[in-house]
Design a protein around this ligand. Sequence first.
Ligand code: GLN
Length: 545
Amino acid sequence: MAETKYIFVTGGVSSSLGKGIIAASLAKLLQARGYKTTIQKLDPYINVDPGTLNPYEHGECYVTEDGAETDLDLGHYERFLNVNTSQANNVTTGRIYQSVIEKERRGEFLGKTVQVIPHITNEIKERVQLLGKNHEYDIVITEIGGTVGDIESLPYIEAVRQLKWELGDDNALVIHLTLVPYLSAAGELKTKPTQHSVKTLMESGLRADILVCRTEHELSDDIRRKLALFCNVKQEAVIQSIDASTIYDVPNMMLEEGLDTVTLKKLNLPDDTTPDLTQWNEFLKRHKNPKHEVTIGLIGKYVELQDSYKSILEAFIHAGAANEVKVNIESIHSEFINESTIKNKISHLDGVLVAPGFGERGIEGKIDAVRFARENKLPFLGICLGMQMAVIEFARNVLQLKNANSTEMDSTTPHPVIDLMEEQKEVTHMGGSMRLGSWECSLKENSIAREVYGKSQIFERHRHRYEYNNRYAPQMESHGLKSTGVNPKTNLVEIIEVEDHPWFVGVQYHPEYKSTVASPHPLFIAFIKAAKEYSQKKKNASLAQ
Ligand code: GLN
């Protein structure tokens, strides 16, 4: 059986150049040529996983089927490839050290001094090669977080250097993503920062095989020649990555630049196939030629940073394309919603999504937004904390349970309609201790959920500690808040719907993690459809006036 090939993606000059998108785009092209491809992200920070990080730090925490709390780039990988990732696809320095230290405590190093080289670098190499084991993949793309030259990236660069030497040039290559800035005063693109970052890489003994150059302007032949000459690569290996209007254009742009061809050539793999991007391009066509338009309010408390709700925003793009609808998102900070601002902020919308989150800040605004959507029959989707807020709102304003709350926000509430499960009460560690990953859910007949999914049993990904308190279920049900999705083993409520409302759904899980280009999430599709219908009704009503 053929050897697994390894591609490493490093970054130079600046952070935020979009290594994840380049890695995902290349993977898409290779997959579309029939190569089984996976992607891995190595993160140089010391947190064991991003689960304990505030979204303001690195954006959303993405959750995989197996319950790993991971970097948001894994979301891009899944959305582009439509293939599940797992804990093995995201490794941090914290996890590497944790594992080396545990081995040391078990005495596995037989009295040796434990050092960055070889022990940490060996652990990194093992984690990279783990994905190539059993020949499950033809190609493994490993993205190294951070920028070359960072102190914390050094062990990773050294591990890649060793691996490249061990595997040989036919089996491993380095793609260096860099920035070619444009100096408007001089009217010129500048290659020097790229030359320097390639030099930094070489100081660690690593040569870039392919340069992907982020740029705001086309790279001329002259610039390409210069970059090739001074950075030691062939001119065909200088790939331009010009700013795109959507990340979903990047695979086609990389195809045009020949990133896949030069990659296959260097890895000595046949390139006699052409990538089949039919389905991808069909999605792009629908995305770019919408027939309708809706505006959805995204109510959250981390709205200043777009990356905090990355998967939700992308799920809207997938669902918009499926409906041929342009979805405008209005991010609304829940801390600024109150009774006097609510009408102004929400009444013009065609749908409201109350976002996931943790802690007390901004929850009253979320509850006000739920109330407005419920009372005005505005399509509503509540995700995780958003669903919990819908339960609290219903308890307070329909059941008249004064000060009903989640015990997360108010431990002494007289009506804990959202509460901890018994086993969560024992938990003292914050890291990795929530209800995580894929859980089963049975859908009840005659519900929106059952209709939307078109089946009675689903699996969805979770990331939360608190749960709907079943003690209140009889009261809630009799007043019109239905539990339409329930975990068949634990009886935990996973979906609620409000009767006498065209589209009001709250889900305890995160549907956004499972939405991909090839398989947009049914709940998001149905929510956008409901918003479209709402907006059309609104238009018809105003025409009739
Ligand atoms: N804070 C809530 C809980 O832990 C909701 C979490 C979330 O929205 N992801 O249950």
